[in-house]
Structures are given as C-alpha cells and as structure tokens.
Design a protein around this ligand. Structure first.
Ligand SMILES: [Zn+2]
Length: 74
C-alpha cells in the first residue's frame, strides 16, 4: 500500500509474464503492450469504487505511476 496526496492506493507490480493483454495507461494515454512489466493500482477507500466497480483498477506504466504525484500537484 502506498500513500499519495489523493489518498491511499493498493499497488501491485505486474511482471511481463502475467500481462497478457494491452491496457491503456491513464498517465500518458498510451497502451501498455502485453508482456510489459507495469503497475496496477486501485484506491483503498471503498467509497472510491462507487459507480465503477472493480474496473476502477488502473494499469500504469511504472514510470507514469511514479510521476503521478508530481503531475497532479498544482
Ligand atoms: Zn504511461
């Protein structure tokens, strides 16, 4: 679990071997190709799931996830 400026997030490292389909990274809006190690993150706070369900889980490039906090800070 990681603490960020917008709350606590559960973060999982995904190895390329278990990544079998492309995901769109919300950080850069580019596809994460199958076989690419990356990060899956979702909010710990269950209220964040309202209306969205488990699809709230987001797949990020590792670098985009790490740059996320800087991007959002005003
Ligand atoms: Zn990205």
């Amino acid at each position: 679990m990681e603490e960020w400026s917008d709350g606590d997030w559960v973060v999982r490292q995904i190895t390329g071997a278990t990544s079998t389909k492309p995901y769109r990274c919300p950080g850069c809006d580019q596809l994460i190709q199958p076989g690419t190690p990356h990060v899956v993150a979702w909010p710990v706070d269950p209220r964040s799931f309202a209306g969205t369900g488990l699809d709230e889980r987001r797949h990020w490039h590792t670098a985009c996830w790490q740059a996320r906090d800087r991007r959002r800070r005003r």
